[in-house]
Design a protein around this ligand. Sequence first.
Ligand SMILES: Cc1cc2nc3c(=O)[nH]c(=O)nc-3n(C[C@H](O)[C@H](O)[C@H](O)COP(=O)(O)OP(=O)(O)OC[C@H]3O[C@@H](n4cnc5c(N)ncnc54)[C@H](O)[C@@H]3O)c2cc1C
Length: 452
Amino acid sequence: MTHAPLMLDADSGSDLHRIVIIGGGAGGLHLATRLADTVGRRRAAEIVLVDRYPTHFWKPLLHEAATGHRDPANHHIEYLAQAKRYGFRFVQGQLGDVDRDACIAAIGAVLDAEGAEILPQRQIRYDSLVLSVGSVTNFFNVPGAALHALPLENVEHAEVFRRKFHAACAKANHRLETAGVRSSPAVSINVIGAGATGVELAAALTHAADQLSAYRFQALDPKRDVRIRLIEGGVRVLPALDERVSARAAAALRRLNVEVVTGARVAEVRADSLVTGSGDTLDSDITVWAAGVAGPAFLKSLHGIALNAANQIIVTDQLQTQGDPRIFAFGDCAACPSAASNGFLPPRAQVAHQQAMYLGKAFAQRLSGKPVPGFTFRDAGTVVSLGQAGATYQTGGSVPSRALIVNGAAASGLYRLLYRKHLLGVSGFKHAVLGVLAQWLGRGSRPAIKLH
Ligand SMILES: Cc1cc2nc3c(=O)[nH]c(=O)nc-3n(C[C@H](O)[C@H](O)[C@H](O)COP(=O)(O)OP(=O)(O)OC[C@H]3O[C@@H](n4cnc5c(N)ncnc54)[C@H](O)[C@@H]3O)c2cc1C
């Protein structure tokens, strides 16, 4: 491994056991905070968090950032502030490579928007390395998908989508105002994949179209002029959930004016259209790919670390990699065996959160020489937002048909609780309550949607 220049940026000269966590997302930020607050505070270990971005934004809110219902600037957490408050070190940069023999993680240079170097490449020594780098979009090699379909992995992607959505609406509105000609529909958005991400995005988009028409694009009739299509290869939406939840979600989406197309596999994505497996061509101004995730490509370069077919790191029940017990992985980037099925745990915030809690405890046990039990996932159920149509919640358990289904206000309340629970975990009670209160108080002074 050659890197220049060599800078042990996060080397404090201490001989404490150093735990380096790569990725401060839904799981990594929890883990860094918890470890710093426990083993770090007791001076039993030194905690370093690395992320390619300077701020954290909770990924399950990305569809709300994409539709403009949530401004990421009001909802991010500064890693440096969190590090100062809890007592860990934060290093900005992207993990490139790991020298497992020397126990060194190579962190890439940080560049500005013009490509000029702000921070050079650095190398960080570790005693334990934890990979929580999340997932990337899996385009399944569908021709044109990576080129023409938008992914929704981070705040930048959400912002790209939001700008394109506004631009498409602005152009259509202008056409309607000047020519007055109605070619129906004027804006066509296709969301590929009707898992939770696709369903939540499609539902939120109908609300965004209504609000944009009310505030900004008055010539646009959102029901007639904006077509939002949700395309699913399987026979029903939310295929991982019980059929009752699928039926309720599909009906709610249709009521919201989403065109739900099931049993249609997308065979090709073009700049302005899609082609399905049965040969139909569908117009598309904007195509979003929400049909699956995979581990980040760079994981392939970590020699000796076993990956599954979806490029996720295969871990033991103690979340250690098979090739190296000093390297741990969890969250979306890890393939953790599921006790309830023959496969792996799903890529969900709930899994990442429970694994972070587990690892926080496991490191404390390991450092004090105590035995470490294996990780057990307890499925607390799944809640899916249906935008203006509320939400739907299915309790956990290995037999979906026995699950309890909750809809209406109770499910919407549960959905809102998820983010608050996350805030509580990373910010503590006082900061979480103050944050929620500040958002609530600010509501009246801002439009319900980001307008520009
Ligand atoms: C729109 C949307 C809605 C969702 N809704 C839900 C939901 O309602 N419920 C639910 O349970 N799950 C939901 N999910 C899934 C959930 O967001 C993920 O399962 C969860 O965020 C995984 O957590 P993680 O810590 O593994 O990864 P992430 O939260 O993705 O964090 C990964 C972190 O690693 C950093 N990183 C990546 N590569 C590198 C690198 N090379 N070097 C340094 N840093 C790096 C990233 O910047 C990021 O901060 C949703 C996902 C999306 C996209």
